[in-house]
Design a protein around this ligand. Structure first.
Ligand code: BJW
Ligand code: ZN
Length: 249
């Protein structure tokens, strides 16, 4: 289903706008990886052993229940390692190849965009394949670890190298994201519930700066209100169709 945003008098035609755009910025969320079999955070998927993401993805969970928190991350990393990028990841990689200037901002920590061939992916919330030492701050890749990993340099407990609720995003990453939102012609939002800040503020920044904002999501979200055009559907179907419409098969 496709609707043009109530806020807009600029009409739709996302494919045409993509074709003529100089700069395109995309913001993705967990919905992009859903068709690869990676669970999303909210809705019926958003529980793990009766725990909600608001309980698990917090510094408090890591501090008070490190074994449980790490078990969740090890389980998710295992799923991601078995998963493959889907047609939505590949469609976004193709857009990068077709437009003069492109920036992919993702809230996802799974690394699937890079595996699909996207370059210079800006990971707003970190990456699940890395751990960071609570003592010396060093960052290491994770492989088949179990339990709470320990730093081989200083012996401290390590934590997933991701951004938890209440923690600040990397300043440089935020600067890059805000510029990419403010300086694009088309801002495309894909597969996110649009409720977690500061990522959820980026479409508004883009629109205020004059970009055409489009949302592709399985259900309407608060960001559909900001959008000039909104597609309700699976991104693994909508995005390849859009790309084919813009540039051919
Ligand atoms: C499909 C589909 C298919 C499914 N096709 N679609 C300003 C206002 C209000 C609150 C705040 C604010 N500023 C800060 C806050 C506090 C907080 C926040 O935003 N809270 C809100 C919940 C109210 N933000 C923070 O704490 C951030 N830090 C910060 O701002 O620091 C400064 C500060 C601190 C404290 C106070 C004030 C300022 C940090 C946020 C970090 C979020 N971390 C997580 C975990 C990352 C690590 C991990 O993965 O374990 O990031 S939480 C989780 O949510 C994860 C995601 O990246 C993020 C967003 O989720 P996403 O991607 O949108 O997934 P879902 O599941 O919610 O949605 C999927 C969508 O896809 C659904 O709509 C489906 O329908 C759809 N879908 N299949 C298309 N096939
Ligand atoms: Zn250390």
């Amino acid at each position: 289903m496709r609707t043009s945003g109530a806020a807009s008098e600029r009409g739709g035609d996302l494919a045409g706008r993509l074709r003529s755009a100089q700069r395109v910025t995309v913001l993705t969320g967990a919905g992009v990886s859903a068709e690869s079999g990676v669970p999303t955070f909210r809705g019926k998927d958003g529980l793990w052993r009766d725990r909600r993401v608001h309980e698990l993805a917090t510094p408090r969970a890591l501090l008070e229940e490190p074994d449980l928190a790490w078990e969740w991350y090890h389980w998710r990393r295992g799923l991601v390692n078995l998963a493959a990028p889907n047609s939505a990841h590949y469609a976004l990689a193709r857009i990068q190849d077709e437009v003069p200037s492109f920036c992919l901002l993702t809230q996802n920590v799974d690394g699937l965009h890079s595996r699909a061939g996207s370059r210079n992916v800006v990971e707003l919330h970190g990456n699940i394949h890395r751990a960071r030492c609570e003592g010396c701050g060093c960052v290491v890749p994770l492989a088949g670890e179990q339990g709470v990993p320990r730093c081989s340099t200083c012996g401290s407990a390590m934590r997933p190298d991701v951004v938890l609720f209440g923690e600040s995003l990397d300043e440089g990453v935020v600067r890059t994201a805000v510029s990419a939102a403010a300086e694009c012609d088309v801002f495309l939002v894909v597969g996110t519930s649009g409720v977690v800040y500061p990522a959820a503020a980026l479409p508004g920044i883009a629109r205020e700066s004059g970009a055409f904002v489009a949302v592709v999501n399985a259900e309407p979200t608060p960001l559909s209100e900001v959008a000039d055009e909104s597609f309700v559907g699976l991104c693994g179907e909508v995005l390849p169709a859009l790309v084919a419409q813009a540039w051919g098969p």
